[in-house]
Design a binder for this molecule. Structure first.
Ligand SMILES: [Zn+2]
Length: 353
């Protein structure tokens, strides 16, 4: 039977330090989208009413039954408009659902991870795409993976300056953009550092950090700053080397190819471009959740990447990823828990990775 883990009211003392029996049960209500009635509760301290639904990722949602289907559509290369058509939702509703699910998955991605095992090896690279207008607003997307399990640790976008061949029309377009928005900033260095810091948090306890990248000149400087000079083993590979399975950067190249295929907005010559890069970042979180928790590492495997690293007890379904809210950090209810009392922290303590 479901038990509320805390009072959902952030201003109530029972939210931060819940005591046993802080609530009373207040009956049930039925909803069309669930076969069993939803239990209601009342907090004895702040007197607020709430229900099991308050703890779910789909609270307040219209058509919550379509959330996991929409997630699968968006994480496997279908655009927002086509997903809306497929599921019979309006475009606006689809956008709202996309933002809410992606923000939820961002928290889930951060909550479920733990330290990487000894001997892990990181690979880092930058993808290039654009926001809104191809010839004037390029975007860099640094991302880092665990080489052997293909676990995508992090990726986030940054604007970069238009570069490459400048035709007359392109020069005009760049000038037009600069008049509208001011000169385009280059924030890729900051994004590279932030991305590597996400990986550094997972390898804190390791005596040696192995990192493979291409030969871009700023990588060694930032990597030494982030991981510390003493324990960093940085291998740099010439990016002119043929891109086959024998290339040391094959794992990240393959991961990029898969991201370009399954994240429609990264595809070349596609209509599915991100209008603004913050939505690209949300799409990235969706792709990470799908890649790490739902998809098998390789087609012949029986485990997902997260399962191999011990971050999840088994491969998860798209429904399981969007069950309980994840906005209380490690104190959120574990996505695979049936009652409210199993938190992410208690689950991880029970089965250390
Ligand atoms: Zn309360």
């Amino acid at each position: 039977m479901f038990q509320p883990p805390r009072c959902p009211n952030r201003r109530c003392p029972q939210h931060h330090h819940p005591e046993p029996g802080f609530f009373v049960r207040k009956g049930f209500y039925s909803v069309l989208c669930r076969p069993v009635p939803v239990p209601r509760f009342r907090c004895k301290v702040c007197r607020r009413g709430f229900s099991r639904q308050t703890f779910r990722a789909d609270y307040y949602d219209h058509r919550p039954d379509l959330n996991s289907k929409l997630f699968l559509c968006l994480a496997t290369g279908i655009g927002l408009r086509q997903s809306a058509r497929n599921l019979g939702l309006s475009r606006r509703c689809t956008e709202h659902k996309f933002h809410k699910i992606a923000r939820h998955l961002r928290r889930l991605n951060l909550n479920l991870r733990g330290p990487l095992p000894e001997g892990s090896s990181l690979q880092f690279d930058e993808l290039e795409t654009y926001e809104g207008r191809r010839n004037t607003r390029p975007v860099s997307l640094p991302h880092v993976i665990d080489r052997d399990t293909r676990f995508v640790i992090w990726g986030e976008s940054a604007p970069i300056r238009p570069h490459g061949r400048m035709s007359k029309a392109r020069k005009l377009a760049v000038e037009q953009d600069e008049r509208r928005f001011g000169p385009r900033k280059d924030l890729s260095r900051r994004a590279v550092e932030r991305t590597l810091r996400r990986a550094a948090a997972l390898v804190e306890g390791l005596p040696v950090v192995k990192l493979t990248t291409d030969e871009k000149a700023i990588y060694p400087v930032i990597a030494r700053k982030v991981f510390g000079k003493e324990r960093l083993e940085h291998v740099r590979v010439n990016s002119k080397l043929a891109r086959g399975t024998w290339n040391p950067l094959f794992p990240i190249n393959q991961s990029e190819a898969m991201a370009r295929d399954l994240m429609g907005r990264l595809r070349r010559e596609s209509w599915l471009v991100s209008k603004l890069r913050r939505y690209l970042d949300l799409g990235m979180q969706m792709w990470m959740a799908y890649r790490n928790y739902v998809r098998l590492r390789f087609n012949y495997d029986v485990q997902s990447a997260a399962e191999m690293l011990g971050f999840a007890p088994r491969r998860m379904t798209s429904e399981e990823l969007i069950t309980w809210r994840q906005d209380w950090g490690k104190e959120s209810i574990h996505p695979l828990a049936h009652t409210g009392t199993t938190t992410v922290a208690s689950w991880q303590a029970r089965t250390p990775p």
